[in-house]
Write a protein that binds this ligand. Structure first.
Ligand code: PLP
Length: 395
């Protein structure tokens, strides 16, 4: 069997939990009616893009009769969009990022794949704290590398630095740091990230190729109660930042994001060149022209974060009143509570009896917990109150 066919088989098995729940949701909504099913299975942001996106779209429409309106461009993206993006990333990260360190990509997923293509050699290992965004497995395998999940600490999901240290070997090339985190909502503290950087620097001193941190940050804009998301560009030299506008501008289908090679890397030009080349040869060629034009005008605006704040509070109230055990998410739009009774798969089946759809932690490499995505209307959260209580009592 060809490698990709084998991977597809693995994909179907490994990602089946989210897919299964998504399909169950469609079936149940048909059977019981849209408003009687409480679907927390998918992280597909439901908020409309900010008004700046619509305004930009109207303005851009007037230019559609110009030559090259949708023409080819440099593989790194439109130069003027890259310049504008550099200003925004500089502000957000608190680190001076020049435009030539940026490659505009097809979302964070496109950035992750371009970076992996640029730095991984066959047989390399990519460490990720677990639980983790399940696509990482396939992205690593796309480039003949292996994903090595290292369990984070129970319930708080702090990094287990000793376990990460012990897992590093000659094949380790990348560690992914996704903060705010999908699926836990954790934001790693400055102390944790300093600790991680110290471990990587210790290993780098004994090797001739560095270990990169790939900072995956599409949820950076969603940090609650004034929580700070420390900049890894500032903390660790060999950082490559990947992010997107799927969540903060509600443009997930627009497919636009970026990779940013840390300006602090002395010999960074070949690495940036490799990411640009990978963006090209993976068939992306460049990020979509229209999405880049929208981005140019809408950068700096955001979906209404106060709506997510209200939903997070509502979800916490519902879980508290039913007696669930969880760590309050500091960012992103997910809760990752303990599964009452310990068996996450069985417990999600109990929730399903109450017409609530959640994804077992097993689907994220961390059994014993389950994920709730709160990018749904507040009525869905409040409507599920009794079902959450009933499932908890039955467990
Ligand atoms: N990384 C994480 C942790 C995500 O949750 C997602 C999407 O849900 C992505 C990357 C990819 O996002 P996109 O390619 O839409 O920017």
């Amino acid at each position: 069997m060809q490698l990709i066919s084998k991977q597809m088989t693995g994909y179907m098995e490994k990602s089946s939990w989210i897919r299964k729940m998504f399909e169950e949701g469609i079936r149940m909504k048909q059977e019981f009616g849209e408003t009687n099913v409480f679907d927390f299975s998918l992280g597909n942001p439901d908020l409309p893009p900010p008004s700046a996106v619509k305004d930009a779209l109207c303005e851009i429409a007037d230019q559609a009769d110009q030559p090259f309106f949708m023409g080819y461009m440099p593989n790194f993206g439109y130069p003027h969009v890259r310049e504008r993006l550099a200003e925004e990333v500089t502000k957000e990260q608190g680190v001076d990022v020049p435009a030539d360190c940026l490659v505009i990509t097809c979302g964070a997923a496109g950035a992750l794949n371009a970076v992996f293509r640029a730095v991984l050699e066959p047989g390399d290992e990519v460490i990720t704290p677990a639980p983790f965004f399940v696509e990482y497995t396939f992205y690593a395998e796309n480039h003949a590398a292996t994903l090595v999940p290292i369990k984070s600490k129970p319930l708080t999901f702090e990094l287990d630095l000793d376990a990460i240290d012990a897992a590093i070997n000659d094949k380790t090339r990348v560690i992914i740091v996704n903060s705010p985190n999908n699926p836990t909502g954790a934001i790693y503290t400055r102390a944790e990230l300093d600790g991680l950087a110290a471990i990587l620097e210790k290993h780098n001193a004994k090797r001739d190729r560095p270990i990169y941190i790939l900072a995956d940050e599409p949820y950076r804009f969603l940090a609650f109660d004034g929580a700070q998301v420390p900049s890894l560009l500032d903390i660790y030299k060999y950082t490559i930042l990947c992010s997107s506008f799927s969540k903060n501008l509600g443009m997930a289908g627009g497919r636009v994001g970026y990779a940013c090679v840390n300006p602090a890397i002395e010999d960074k030009a070949p690495l940036i060149g490799a990411v640009v080349m990978a963006n090209r040869i993976l068939g992306f060629v460049n990020a979509p022209a229209l999405a880049q034009k929208l981005l140019h005008k809408a950068l700096g605006s955001s979906v209404d974060v106060s709506i997510y704040e209200a939903r997070r509070k509502a979800m916490a109230d519902v879980l508290d009143s039913a007696g669930y055990n969880y760590t309050m998410p500091r960012g992103a739009f997910y809760f990752f509570p303990e599964a009452p009774g310990g068996d996450d798969v069985k417990f999600c089946a109990k929730l399903q009896e109450e017409k609530i759809l959640a994804v077992p932690g097993t689907g994220f490499g961390y059994p014993g917990y389950f994920r709730l995505a709160f990018c749904v209307h507040e009525d869905v959260i409040l409507g599920a109150r009794e079902g959450f209580a009933a499932a908890r009592e039955k467990a």
